[in-house]
Ligand binder design. Structure first.
Ligand SMILES: [Zn+2]
Length: 293
């Protein structure tokens, strides 16, 4: 978590059409840049995540406004993490900002601390976060919310705690497209934000259950929080990783051998980035195993 990162710049010039009226700005493999979505209906457009800091937020808002051509703009945040949510100030007063209740509470509790933590990730990230104004949602819901954009219904669903306390998915039933946020990462080890003393809201067991339940929906196009567009097969692979990790860390009496666990998983997934997250995941499952009565 102390690596020095390059500038986390969202680049709408790379946006492409995933389906009719469904756009994605890909992360291009840049750390701390998320995949960003835009779903068009006749009356409104819904943006999924907004990038980190005021400049990225403004870039995404301007891109959305250009596509919206006068239609209403809505913003849904997959979860509160800075690269997904800390550009929302650009939407304030100009768009409905919609999250689930758990996420709103979680952001209220933790966003300020995450802002400080992320400023420590190097000068480029700190610069991107300058003048960030933490921005509250304008609409919250519990469990699930269907939004009719005009001829197109989008379902927001509260599925946390998993990757965070307040994860929400964005699902297009007719098109079978899932915006999963960081419940799914492609080409990298899953991000386990397990920071004892600061943040222990993640729940690996439930996360795995959520992935399995989503995979059971069958054929879909999957937009992960980070990485390339994928399908439901990725959900099964990630659930398998968690199952395997939980098994390796299940005995509360043994000490963690993180280098051995890293060797095990980098052997299985030699092409995955983000190896540092293996240790965070191992400590999570071990801490949970030890906390059981
Ligand atoms: Zn995240």
């Amino acid at each position: 978590m102390t690596d020095i990162h390059p500038a986390p710049t969202v680049k709408p010039e790379n946006a492409f059409l995933l389906a009719d009226g469904v756009h994605v700005i890909p992360d291009q493999g840049v750390p701390l840049v998320p995949n960003i979505g835009l779903i068009e209906g006749r009356e409104a457009v819904l943006v999924v995540d907004c990038g980190m800091g005021p400049a990225n937020g403004a870039t995404v808002f301007d891109w959305a406004q250009g596509l919206a051509r006068g239609r209403r703009i809505l913003l849904a945040l997959s979860h509160f993490h800075p690269e997904h949510a800390f550009g929302a100030q650009a939407f304030a007063g100009r768009a409905e900002i919609i999250v689930n209740t758990l996420q709103a509470e979680e952001a209220h509790d933790k966003a300020a601390a995450y802002l400080e933590m992320f400023k420590g990730f190097g000068p480029e990230v700190a610069a991107a976060l300058e003048r960030t104004v933490l921005t509250a949602p304008t609409q919250t819901y519990s469990n699930r919310l269907e939004i009719d954009l005009g001829g197109r219904v989008v379902t927001l669903q509260e599925v946390g705690p998993a990757h965070t306390r307040g994860d929400q998915i964005i699902w297009l039933e007719n098109e079978r497209i899932l915006f999963a946020g960081d419940l799914a990462e492609e080409g990298m080890f899953p991000i386990f934000p397990w920071f004892p003393g600061q943040d222990t809201d993640l729940d690996g067991q439930r996360w795995q259950e959520v992935l399995t339940a989503l995979e059971a929906r069958g054929r879909m196009t999957l937009v992960p929080g980070h990485g390339r567009i994928s399908d439901q097969g990725l959900l099964a692979v990630l659930a398998g990783y968690m199952q395997d990790m939980q098994g390796l860390c299940a005995d509360p009496a043994t000490e963690l051998d993180i280098p051995a666990i890293e060797r095990h998983f980098t052997g299985r997934h030699p092409d995955w980035q983000g190896k540092e997250w293996i240790g965070f995941a191992a400590r999570h499952y071990k801490d949970v195993a030890r906390s059981r009565p």
